[in-house]
Design a protein around this ligand. Structure first.
Ligand code: UT7
Length: 314
């Protein structure tokens, strides 16, 4: 029987500084009412100038290793989903490998913006299922607020910083673990959400990204369940990318999903890009929202344009 990849521990970290909608009212022409009604975001955590993506990734990774009750020498691969690396090279993955003082195991970054964690988790599962690696650290970490134009009210209210991590291990258990993934890209829409390499800020066509997000979320949830031979009713919890409550509500309505089956914490973190799903997963798991036997779908969408989902049985 092929081994499945199972999450054996997780952790997350956000920088302590909180930026509220009231703070933003003093920075740009906006209101708490507009931000809440258009996005559902109330506050977000932001880095100071000295804190790097690797710092956040390291803090989350150490907590995940602790929760999994393993040392870093247990790992044989590190994958970091990020689009805000601290340098073009070395990768955040290599910085992390050095800081965690593990053996000379491979480590690399995966660039798929807000979908990055799902791409990395699917990659980890494929390595486990092929038998090549058995114990993999998967991190989603981003510091998008370093790339935001703080005079552009259309984007600066949406993003926050953070990191989330899971330790994935091979399991020959009772069919639990990552059951299936569904990944996609619509490169033709890349122009709608762009961060240039030099001297620029994030630019976004909000309306186009919104339309894409609704269709990508619906498609990825439907298709990943199909690949796992599951029905929508079999899904116990959906953990969607935490970008905008209106995107989530649209999809809930289209799929006929009750609110209790969807985890939302974007009001407190904003859109933390590749960190959003592992942070939400941590809070859902630690908050008792995921029980033994539950089938949980993680589904993300973002720049690229990219989208992807994993379905996990606990
Ligand atoms: O991971 C993927 C990341 N991106 C996303 O998920 C973004 C997806 N898109 C969205 O979430 C929404 O499009 C936004 C929240 C960004 C914007 O909501 P919208 O309902 O599409 O608003 P809009 O861009 O059409 O703007 C409506 C009005 C405009 O004013 P006029 O032209 O009607 O006078 C904007 O200038 O709201 C104005 N506006 C604001 N007003 C107050 C835009 N940003 C703000 C703001 N405060 N922060």
């Amino acid at each position: 029987m092929t081994a499945k990849a199972k999450i054996i521990g997780s952790g997350f970290y956000v920088p302590p500084k909180i930026l509220t909608n009231a703070d933003l009212e003093k920075m740009v022409d906006t209101t708490d009412e507009w931000i809440m009604s258009r996005s559902g975001i109330k506050e977000r955590h932001v880095c100071d100038d000295k804190t790097t993506t690797a710092d956040l990734a390291e803090a989350a990774a150490r907590l995940a290793l602790k929760a999994a009750n393993v040392n870093s020498d247990y790992l044989d691969l590190i994958l970091v989903a990020t689009t805000t690396p601290d340098s073009l090279f070395p990768s955040v993955g290599c910085i992390l490998q050095n800081r965690l003082a593990v053996r000379r195991i491979p480590s690399f970054d995966i660039s798929a913006a807000c979908s990055g964690f799902n791409f990395a988790l699917a990659t980890a599962a494929a390595f486990v299922e092929s038998g090549q690696y058995s114990n993999i650290l998967v991190v989603g970490a981003d510091t998008l607020t370093k790339y935001v134009d703080w005079t552009d009210r259309g984007t600066c209210v949406l993003f926050g910083d953070g990191a989330g991590a899971v330790v994935v291990s091979a399991s020959n258990g009772d069919g639990d673990g990552i059951l299936a993934n569904y990944l996609g890209a619509r490169g033709e829409g890349g122009k709608h959400l762009v961060m240039p390499l030099k001297n620029g800020f994030i630019t976004m066509n909000g309306k186009e990204v919104f339309k894409f997000a609704v269709s990508a979320l619906e498609e990825s949830v439907t298709e990943v369940l199909k690949k796992a031979n599951l029905k929508l009713e079999d899904m116990d919890l959906l953990i969607p990318h935490q970008a905008n409550i209106r995107i989530i509500n649209h999809v809930a309505k289209k799929l006929g999903l009750p609110k209790e089956k969807i985890f939302v914490n974007l009001d407190r973190y904003g859109n933390t890009s590749a960190a959003s799903i592992p942070i939400a997963f941590n809070e859902a798991y630690n908050g008792g929202r995921i029980k033994k036997g539950d089938k949980v779908v993680l589904s993300g969408f973002g720049a690229g344009l990219t989208y992807g989902a994993n379905v996990i049985k606990f």
